[in-house]
Write a protein that binds this ligand. Structure first.
Ligand code: FAD
Length: 318
């Protein structure tokens, strides 16, 4: 018996979410008194580092093509059989969301997606997950012998608990992909929202897309990623990938600055796990202030440029 952790390697790199999943798998394996195996599909120069985050072994399945959920789910499933793994762990990323259901069906077992903490062994394996738009935590019992878990970003702080390991090359047979990628467009130059430590976000209080330069300037001076509320994305003021909340991206940065956002429950659902929340709103009754660590009551068109100047001044002095 073992715990198998699939690690995504976009562009040959391992993202923070990959090390989180690895460490989560290692702690799960420790609890189950078994070993933890990291699985890589394709190549990554960082694969031996997985040992530092608790992988006893790392298995690398050579693969040249693009991500294909059917092929990858098949590889992970076959690897789980080959490694005698009863628990399969993935990151709760876009790719992870495509894979978990497929793997759980193949393994004929229970699935908990977006786990927010480590599992516990009660009478069965129990896994915590946020529910009711982040207002409550529920524990899910897995009733089958095997389990698939996807780990929500920033749910666990990965720690170094081991040493580098040399990956073993797997000779698993891989089926041909039925999908042909014609073109690929990626957002470049910024930290993607799910991984961003600093986020500057704005809402309808901005009045229109033409005013976003003040948000972008603040984000630039902080080195932050920009985000927005849903109506802002819906009306086309900002791209949809910036929309955070219940129906958008769920984030957990160290700092979330909310500018001209009322703080509706659906918005808070995606951001209220941020470590520090700063709210700028002209309405002192705005609900967001209840969730804020720091609040500035004022006109954003005055406050935000002043904040940017203050940040730049601070940076010059340090
Ligand atoms: P508003 O509610 O219009 O708030 C604008 C704020 O700006 C106000 O608080 C106002 O005081 C302030 N303001 C105005 N002018 C200034 C100024 N000059 N200076 C300072 N402050 C100013 N929303 C999301 O964001 N994410 C989601 O994922 C999401 N999912 C949803 C799912 C469902 C099923 C439903 C029904 C709704 C969802 N919503 C979501 C919408 C949500 O309910 C709110 O309508 C939305 O978050 C409001 O966006 P907002 O705060 O930008 O705008």
């Amino acid at each position: 018996m073992s715990v198998l952790v699939y690690i995504e390697t976009p562009g040959g790199k391992i993202k923070k979410s990959g090390f989180e999943a690895m460490y989560y798998g290692a702690k799960t394996a420790e609890m189950l008194k078994t070993t933890c195996i990291g699985l890589i599909i394709g190549e990554s120069e960082a694969s031996n580092q997985l040992g530092k985050y608790g992988a006893t072994r790392v298995v690398q399945v050579p693969h040249k093509g693009d991500f294909d959920a059917q092929i990858f789910a098949d590889i992970i499933y076959k690897s789980a059989i080959a490694q005698n793994s009863s628990v399969v762990i993935l990151s709760h990323t876009a790719d992870g969301k495509c894979l978990t259901g497929r793997i759980a069906v193949k393994m004929n077992c229970g699935l908990v997606s977006a786990a927010c903490g480590l599992p516990e062994m009660r009478s069965q394996l129990c896994i915590p997950k946020m529910v009711f738009s982040g207002k409550a935590k529920a524990w899910y019992n897995i009733l089958t012998d095997k389990a698939v878990i996807s780990v929500s970003g920033n749910s666990i702080q990965p720690q170094i608990i081991g040493q580098d390991v040399t990956p073993e090359i797997s000779n698993l047979e891989i089926a041909d992909s039925k999908i042909k990628v014609i073109s690929r467009k990626t957002v470049e130059g910024i930290v993607p929202l799910p991984e961003a430590e600093l986020v500057v976000s704005a809402g309808r209080g901005m009045k229109g897309p033409e005013n976003w330069n003040i948000v972008e300037e603040l984000a630039k001076s902080l080195g932050a990623t920009t985000a927005c509320s849903r109506p802002v994305a819906d009306t086309g003021w900002r791209p949809h990938h910036e929309h955070v909340g219940q129906t958008g991206v769920a984030i957990k940065p160290n700092l979330y600055i909310a500018i001209g956002i009322s703080g509706a429950i659906q918005h808070l659902a995606g951001v209220n796990n941020s470590k520090t929340i700063v709210v700028i709103n002209k309405d002192p009754e705005a609900p967001f202030f209840k969730a804020a660590d720091y609040g500035i009551v004022g006109d954003l068109f005055e406050v935000v440029p002043k904040l940017t100047t203050a940040v730049n001044k601070f940076k010059q002095g340090h």
